[in-house]
Design a protein around this ligand. Structure first.
Ligand code: DX5
Ligand code: ZN
Length: 221
């Protein structure tokens, strides 16, 4: 079983102080930076692009950056994120015309590739491309916003994804995204996740800018 990783979603960070916010959560024990990219087309919200990813690298962030693309089309933005310092790039199969090609594009750019499944999207495509997948990200909310409630059917889906990943024998991370809190993270881990995105649960604990306020919530996860 892979090491469990905590991935704060910067969607809930204070964007006016983003570099410091990311430093603070990493110092508090977070492992990777979850970077939500929304285009006001595939999802009804608009966030950040490669410039901000590059700015975090220039600021000195060396932790892995986990770029979650909620954009359509996906392919043309991938080289820009690779140049900007992305470690993982994940995308929704519904947003790609050719899923296998997009996975190859990401890996060809030197990044790790992942597929994201919305709450009502079946895992079917996974078996056909599993040899090109480094991460499976299950959405436990509908994508677009932080601060939503965890959709319980994601637990059964995690078990299903865990079985597929284990049967493949490949080193694939199983990430969960949406509504992850201190009080449900154990059940989510037991269902098979090893990488936990948490936005409002982490950044909501430190809104006054006191970095120490992140320590206790990350330690409890
Ligand atoms: C939603 C994003 C999530 C979101 C999670 O579309 O993909 O990463 O920021 O936020 P919380 O943890 O608040 O549900
Ligand atoms: Zn996300």
């Amino acid at each position: 079983m892979a090491e469990n990783l905590i991935a704060p979603s910067i969607l809930s960070a204070d964007f006016a102080r983003l570099g410091q916010e990311v430093e603070n959560v990493l110092a508090a024990g977070a492992d990777i930076v979850h970077f939500d990219v929304m285009d006001n087309h595939y999802v009804p919200n608009l966030t950040i692009g490669p410039l901000v990813c590059e700015a975090l690298r220039k600021h000195g962030v060396t932790a892995p950056i986990d770029v979650h693309l909620m954009v359509k089309p996906v392919d043309r933005i991938i080289p820009d994120f690779a140049k900007a310092g992305a470690t993982y790039i994940t995308f929704h199969p519904e947003a790609s015309e050719h899923v296998d090609r997009t996975l190859q594009l990401i890996q060809g750019e030197g990044c790790k590739a992942g597929l994201v499944f919305n709450p009502a999207t079946p895992l079917d495509v996974l078996k056909y491309v599993i040899d090109k997948v480094d991460m499976v990200l299950l959405m436990s909310v509908n994508p677009g916003f932080g601060g939503q409630s965890f959709i319980m059917s994601a637990l059964d889906k995690l078990r299903e994804a865990r079985a597929i990943i284990d049967a493949s024998g490949r080193d694939i991370r199983l990430e969960i995204d949406g509504g992850v809190k201190v009080d449900n993270i154990r059940a989510i881990a037991e269902a098979g996740a090893d990488t936990f995105v948490a936005g409002s649960a982490i950044f909501g604990a430190g809104k006054d800018g006191d970095p120490n306020r992140y320590d206790s919530v990350i330690a409890a996860m």
